[in-house]
Design a protein around this ligand. Sequence first.
Ligand code: PLP
Length: 434
Amino acid sequence: MEYYSTNGQAPRASLEKAVVRGLAEDRGLYMPERIPALPESFFADIQTLTFPEIACTVADALFGGDIPAPELHRIVEETLAFDCPVVSVTRSIGALELFHGPTLAFKDVGARFMARLLGHFTRNSADRRTIHVLVATSGDTGSAVANGFLGVEGVRVHVLYPSGKVSPTQEAQVTTLGQNITALEVDGTFDDCQALVKNAFMDAELTGRLRLTSANSINVARLLPQSFYYFHAYAQMKRLGLAEQLVVCVPSGNFGNLCAALIAKRMGLPVKRFVAANNANDVFYEYLQTGQYKPRASIPTLANAMDVGAPSNFARILDLYGGDHAALCADISGATVSDLQIRATISDCLRRYGYLLDPHGACAFRAVYHHLAPSESAVICETAHPAKFQETVESAAGVGIEIPARLAAFLQGSKQSVPMGRDYASFRNYLSQL
Ligand SMILES: *Cc1c(COP(=O)(O)O)cnc(C)c1O
């Protein structure tokens, strides 16, 4: 399958090129040239299949032309070497718990898949040079990517994080891994880290010599596998007899996760409608109301992984609907949830249903709770484990939460980081020694 750029000014790319480059030459985002439809028979029996079986069928349709089936299935099975259950929180709302991966956030799925796909391409490419992945992080992305790529041959990851500005757990999640992961502790802000990465990608001498790529949700290898779990969610809801009029609600920041859900629908997944939950960073919500897209600077909220003022996957979602605002609004509605409402929702949901939400899941729960028709049921994405946001969740819910062993284990490791100035000269010097 070939991939085109949403800006329409770049040549079509193979999967390998789209994954290794990340962004197209015209700065557009790659999209699959066609979205394959899965047969009705698949949906008729889907409730009898395991998550890896479902994911392999979806992966075959998307990537089967580019990667031999046994290799692709191995990649999928390794990616999903943890479970992803749907818990019925209330009679009609299920929480799709996407936090069973190594860093307890949903980004683990995309990061693990991308790492294995890149590993496959480096092993089979004529170009045997190491691929260097550069990631700037304000917290969660860096840890998911670093953990996803840990131990993958032919790939080295360099995570840039702002010194003193990420939580101790997040810092431990990138600095204690070793092997092919290097943490660069930048004396600056997240924006400084991002600027360093951008400079490196624009440095022709460097990109001519090193194979550099990025690993955020602009990369198709991180984006597309996120469609897997929506099929799994449907299967679970079908088993419960709740899939007839299914609403899917996604707490959104850069909109990669929602985009993957929309792609799942194009592949035939019977979803009635989608709800995009925003926190106070609500440019998408505003777009739905007005038809005007006005990106702006982000503002900090309790659901900080959704603090995005210029969502990078907006271009893809618009592309899926051919820029037709009315068609898009027929499938997707929005909601905006304040910090006050996040706290109240965490507390209410625990009190009424005994279920503990994290601040991101709380946005999603709140966005559908009062807006379901009696005939509808919903799946909300619980995108992170509540323990990752311990202070907020404990103070909102009024209960103590146990820290999962997996999270606590990171804090036991010893920190290793490379100190780095915020000027490009230091970073370039570091890269030139690779
Ligand atoms: C990244 C993230 C989101 C937002 O996902 P997008 O694909 O960027 O919209 C939501 N919740 C959590 C916990 C995240 O880490």
